[in-house]
Structures are given as C-alpha cells and as structure tokens.
Design a protein around this ligand. Structure first.
Ligand SMILES: Cc1ncc(COP(=O)(O)O)c(C=O)c1O
Length: 479
C-alpha cells in the first residue's frame, strides 16, 4: 500500500491519501457505512505521519464524504447517490375505527416461515445478539437461586430490576421512583395497560402516521378510534397535532416521538418539550412508546418526555425487547399518576411477568455487559443503516425514497408511482424475503406505495442479494 504514496510528488501527501480512499470507494472496497482505518493504523500502513492522515480525514469530512463519530472514528457517508427521504403525507386527520387487515397475519407468518430472510421484522438486537451472554447468566441464576426463581414474582415486578430501570431513567433526567414502575410482558402489554388506564372504548387516541401496527391493533381490539397525525423527516408534525387537538375530543396521545417505527424519524429535545406542553396544557395524557430510545444515533443520550412533564400526564412504556431479547418479554410502564390502576390491570391481565427472565435481565444489566452490547449494537446499526440506504438507492427504481433513521433498525421506503407495496411483499415472500407492507402502518389504508425494511441483522452477502432482488421485483412491478 505504501508504494501508492509518492513522497517526492508535487501533490500534497494528504491529497494522495484522499485519492487513495476515493479509489477504494470506486473499486467497492470501501462502501457507505464502512469505518476508515484509525489514524495510527493508516499512518503505519502508508508510512506517512498521523497529522497527514488526520488532514486527509478532515478534508474528506469537509467535503461531506466521511463523517466523524465521537469516540468511534471516521465513517464513509452514503454518497454519490441522491437519496431523498419519503414525502410528508398530506391528509385531513379525522378519527377512524381501525381495521387491521388480514395482511398483518400474512406479514407475521412470512417472518416466521422457514428459509426466509426476515427483513420484515424489527428485531435490531439480532445485529449484535446477546444470546450467549444471556444463556451464561441464565445458567448461573438457575444454579444459584434455586426454586425461588421458579415461583410467582411480585405482581408489579422484581424489585432489584425495577431499581435498575429507575436508575437508568434518573441518569436520563427523569425523577422516577421504583414505586411508579410496573414490570410488564414486553412493551405491548405496557401500552395496553397504559391506554386502558386513560381511555375507554369509543374514545379517540391520537397516533403518529405512519405508526407501529401493534399500536393500531391494540386500538382496534380495545374498540377505540385512531386519529392519525402526519409525521415528516423531523418526526411528528406539531402544527398538525395542534390543529387536530383543537378539532377533536382526543382522550390520549400515543407517540414514539424519539424514534418512530417505521420511519426512524425523531423530534429534537426542544420539540419534544413543546409536545409535552401542547398536550399537558389541554390535560391530555401522553403515552410515550420509548422502545428504541437506547438505540439512537445521536452523540448524546436522549431525554425521555417524562422529564419535561409538569402535570404528570406523561406515561412511559418500554421494554428490553429491542436491546436484549424480545423472547424474554420484559417491559414496563412508568407513571406517577396511574401507577395504582396500572398495577391493578397488570394483576388482572397476566398476574406477573416471568421472575426468571427478570432475574436474568437484572444480572445482565448489573454485569455492565448490557451497556457494552448496546454501544456496539448502535455502531453496527448505524453502519447497516448507511449500507441499506445506499444499496436501495443503487438497486431500486428511480424516484424511490428512503428515510434516514435517527435510530432503531428499520428504514421506510417510498416506492415510485405505480409500484404497489403489497404486491412487492407477496413477490418478495415467493423469493424467500420478508418485508412489511406499508398499509399496516396506517389506520385508514394509507401507504400503499411504502414498505418497511429491516437493517437490524448481521450484514451479509445474503442481505445484499435480497435488496438487489427486491429492487428487481420493484422494477418488474413498474412494467
Ligand atoms: C414502536 C414499538 N412499540 C412496541 C413494540 C412492542 O415491543 P415488545 O416486543 O416489547 O412488546 C414494538 C415492537 O416491534 C415497537 O416497534
């Protein structure tokens, strides 16, 4: 490699380094999302000084070709392709009863069928699984705790775990108490409890549009009405929200305003503070679905909306499904306003959550391995996100748009006019690939040209081949 750098050339050494990196990009040996070698390593490989390499990286950053990530290094940006993000949906919001199509079952079946590449599920921890660590801890807990751990646990959760979850919220600026936290079977049960604590059948619940289909299924099954509020690149549109709240008698808001599923869009801290003020000034409870908050791509940790609440109307629901393992089914509701009702609901619905699983997660947190894995997972997801966006831009028909997530493990793809995402879904399943059709993310059948694709899995040539195949199918659908 060192012979490539000509020390007696007229060209500055740092420019030669830049050209070398560009050549590697053109040849495909460096791709969007890849990490550049450390300053020290490249300086040794090229036999030039560290300041020279640093100058090259800074210049590449100035040109927008690479990005510096604090404490992580320099990464190749998605470049050379103009990847537009999906357009803001335009519609007049009005409350509608939700009708989740049979398509939801088909989408779940597809994910769980054998020999299928599961790009249709949001299971981001798959990109950096914790299974070996968790299995080791599980064996240790079973050996040391004995029959105690096989008993019913406390109805509102295993206290040491509750304390640790609360501690994590304290570190993020929320004055949480363990008495206000109820452990649930995943975030889905937490959401079910929270929404039933503040609304009844027939009531209107405001949701983001698009939103996670599990939320829509919940609203449908509880006989409530959904009021869809448009989202844009920056997340929920606050002006649209205000207009809708002025018009309709909304009994609760249920938002993932930090990292939306499916778009990955998220409001800034200021906007989320504004959001809390908007709903609390109208005395409307706000259920914060916070499952992806630890998987953000920001430089600093995020502040839950609960921290901005002055009236205690914010209820936070989350889980370890996206950060440790969904099969453990450990989640929680945090609220200092509805905690007694939440405990009652929890007892009535499922008595208590698995003590064994809570015990294991508690040990996993205590060991520090949870935080170490999360840090790695975030880096992998961020790299995968860039690769996925770039590859879709390369392989899909022109005018395809792809969201640029602020975290999580999925992208939201808007297909060109004439390309139906349900047809894409069916043809993809035939080809051994699962994706999630867009209409599942709307209460009123919107997003027929959108699809959600997961990058939350190890990046392999099979994933690349699957995206190429999806692109080919999308082209065929346009013919
Ligand atoms: C936004 C959102 N909320 C809630 C859930 C449900 O989480 P859990 O598996 O913890 O029930 C999911 C799962 O995909 C999700 O994406």
């Amino acid at each position: 490699m060192s012979s490539i750098i000509q020390k007696n050339s007229q060209q500055f050494l740092y420019q030669q380094v830049i050209e070398l990196i560009e050549a590697m990009q053109s040849a495909g040996s460096l791709r969007a999302g890849d990490k550049l070698p450390s300053l020290r390593k490249l300086s040794q490989q090229l036999d030039v000084s560290i300041p020279t390499i640093k100058q090259a990286y800074i210049e590449l950053e100035r040109l927008g070709r690479v990005e510096a990530r604090p404490k992580s290094g320099y990464f190749i940006r998605s470049g050379g392709f103009d990847i537009s993000t999906p357009k803001k949906p335009k519609f007049i919001s009005r409350p509608v009863p939700v009708r989740c199509q049979t398509l939801i079952e088909e989408a779940y079946d597809a994910v769980h069928s054998t020999n299928i590449l599961p790009l249709g599920i949001s299971h981001p921890v798959m990109a950096c699984p914790a299974d070996k660590n968790l299995a080791r801890i599980m064996r240790r807990v079973l050996a040391s705790a004995g029959p105690k751990v096989m008993a019913y646990g406390p109805m509102d959760g295993y206290l040491p775990l509750k304390r640790q979850v609360v501690q994590r919220y304290l570190e993020r600026g929320v004055a949480a108490r363990h008495e206000d936290l109820v452990i649930t079977n995943g975030a889905q049960e937490a959401l079910a409890i929270a929404v039933q604590c503040v609304a009844k059948p027939g009531d209107i619940v405001a949701v983001e549009s698009p939103t996670y289909f599990g939320i829509l299924e919940l609203i449908e099954n509880l006989g409530m009405m959904a009021l869809e509020i448009p989202t844009c690149d920056e997340g929920l549109c606050l002006d649209d929200l205000v207009e809708s709240l002025d018009k309709h008698d909304v009994k609760a808001c249920l938002f993932s305003s930090l990292i939306n599923n499916p778009t990955g869009a998220g409001l800034s801290d200021e906007k989320r503070q504004q959001l809390v003020e908007i709903v609390e000034s109208r005395n409307i409870p706000l259920i914060e679905d916070d499952v992806y908050s630890e998987l953000h791509f920001f430089d600093k940790d995020t502040i839950p909306m609960q921290a901005y609440s002055k009236k205690g109307l914010v209820i936070t629901c989350s889980s370890f499904s996206k950060t440790a393992a969904p099969s453990y089914r450990i989640g929680w509701v945090l609220s200092n306003r509805i905690e007694q009702r939440a405990k009652g609901f929890k007892r009535a619905i499922s008595c208590s959550s698995s003590l064994l699983n809570q015990w294991v997660i508690n040990e996993y947190l205590r060991s520090g391995d949870f935080d170490r894995n999360i840090r790695r997972l975030r880096q992998i997801l961020r790299t995968n996100k860039d690769r996925m966006r770039n590859l879709i831009a390369e392989c899909f028909p022109p005018k395809t748009r792809v969201s640029d997530p602020k975290g999580g493990g999925v992208v939201w793809v808007e297909l060109p006019v004439g390309c139906d995402s349900t047809a894409l879904f069916h043809k993809a399943v035939e080809a051994g690939i699962s994706i999630t059709p867009g209409t599942l993310f709307s209460a009123s059948g919107k997003y027929k040209r959108h699809t959600r694709i997961s990058y939350g899995l190890p990046w392999t040539i099979e994933v690349e081949a699957a995206i190429e195949k999806l692109g080919q199918i999308a082209y065929q659908l346009l013919e």
